[in-house]
Design a protein around this ligand. Structure first.
Ligand SMILES: NC(=O)c1ccc[n+]([C@@H]2O[C@H](COP(=O)([O-])OP(=O)(O)OC[C@H]3O[C@@H](n4cnc5c(N)ncnc54)[C@H](O)[C@@H]3O)[C@@H](O)[C@H]2O)c1
Length: 365
């Protein structure tokens, strides 16, 4: 990463942390540096009112420190609301390691990162995110107990993606109930964009229910494999956002609902796994409402993964994980109904529930 040396007058341009775009009253931001291993990481602790701040570690080749800082601030805030709306006793946190996960990640670097996590005494608990593997969490576990997402062999809850997919499926069914009066997806056309760990497991649920599944991905080999395995159809048009389907399930990238795409959707429901689907939460949330497109908020319906890692902390098993994840159906329905009753966007309604839970807990203290 290139480190720019700013001139004294340039330093005054932006307040370096509290003045950042994504700063939202975060409780603590920790900068971690270790010359020997080359570790440069930032841990963002957004809010710990409901419990310890839990969120994954992302290793990414950020083009600048500003980018890394804004990412950790934005992601840790998102975790606060995801856990709060899901009813978990967890706060929101996230960590970023600056560097290329393919070439710069070493066990020494991961252990050093674990030592920094450990020094926070449990205020932040880490997990897997982009650029991390279960094996990395096992390495971190060697130096701190404040890590989740470790392998099943080492007592962890294992791969969260199938659980995330189940929650998305539940949220999608709740949205169908709200929009069509029935949660039966048989015969409904669903476009799943991104058939990776979560997307493929979602395709499995949908195919079993008899939905007409249309798939889209940049990985051609994966497309043919998933098509053959689940009898799905590969999207053949040139505008995936304008596809003539009932339901659009974004399971690849964030921000696919943006100024360029929002007028093209023909789907009447949007329900998928990707984080931060709305490019602008407020603006695009409102436009979807005006258009009568039912949007199942991402941070609500993709919470299966965090329910899965929470099990490691609370010591509950598979059955309870699936029950808690199934409950995403009820929560989604409640939030969609509340949004309609209050005339607000579904994103806003979900955020309101999350914020209320935090405020109530704070007032009880
Ligand atoms: N894995 C989890 O438990 C979990 C939990 C919460 C949220 N999420 C979010 O869900 C999304 C999917 O996660 P995942 O673990 O399945 O990731 P993944 O990397 O396994 O799969 C992503 C898939 O999207 C495809 N893709 C990338 N760019 C694309 C594009 N432009 N168009 C179409 N396809 C594209 C990739 O080829 C890949 O097959 C991510 O946004 C992730 O942040 C995942």
């Amino acid at each position: 990463m290139k480190v720019d040396v700013l001139k004294a007058n340039e330093l005054k341009k932006a307040a370096p942390v509290f003045g950042q775009l994504s700063f939202d009253d975060h409780e603590q931001v920790v900068f971690c540096n270790d010359k020997d291993t080359g570790l440069k990481a930032i841990i963002g602790i957004h809010n710990t009112v409901l419990g310890p701040a839990l969120g994954g570690t992302r290793m990414w080749n950020y083009s600048s420190e500003w980018e890394a800082l804004n990412d950790v601030l934005r992601l840790s805030r998102g975790m606060t609301f995801k856990s709060a709306v899901t009813g978990l006793n967890l706060g929101g946190g996230k960590a970023v390691i600056i560097g290329d996960a393919k070439t710069e990640k070493t066990p020494e670097l991961m252990r050093k990162f674990g030592e920094f996590v450990n020094s926070l005494g449990g205020k932040y608990i880490t997990a897997e995110d982009v650029g991390m593997e279960t094996a990395d969490m096992d390495t971190v576990r060697e130096v701190t107990p404040y890590v989740t997402g470790i392998s099943e062999a080492k007592g962890g809850a294992g791969n969260p993606s199938p659980v995330t997919a189940y929650g998305v499926y539940m949220g999608m069914k709740a949205a169908a109930k709200f929009r069509y009066g029935s949660d039966d997806l048989q015969g409904r056309s669903v476009l799943v964009q991104g058939i990776g760990h979560v997307g493929e497991a979602l395709v499995d649920y949908l195919a079993k229910e008899g939905a007409n599944v249309v798939i889209s991905d940049i990985n051609q080999q994966k497309l043919t494999e998933v098509r053959d395995r689940y009898n799905a159809t590969i999207y053949g048009g040139d505008d995936v956002y304008g596809a003539d389907v009932d339901i659009y399930a974004p399971c690849a990238l964030g921000a696919t609902i943006n100024d360029q795409t929002i007028d093209r959707f023909k789907a009447s429901i949007i329900a998928g796994a990707a984080n931060n689907q709305l490019a602008s939460d407020v603006k695009h949330g409102h436009i979807l409402r005006e258009k009568g497109i039912v949007y199942a908020p991402d941070f609500l319906i993709n919470a299966g993964g965090i329910i899965n890692v929470y099990a490691e902390l609370e010591g509950y098993g598979r059955k309870e994980i699936m029950e808690k994840t199934q409950n995403i159906y009820n929560t989604t329905l409640e939030i969609l109904n509340a949004a309609e009753a209050e005339g607000i966007s579904t994103h806003e309604a979900a955020l309101k529930v999350a914020q209320q839970r935090i405020t109530d807990r704070k007032n009880r203290k």
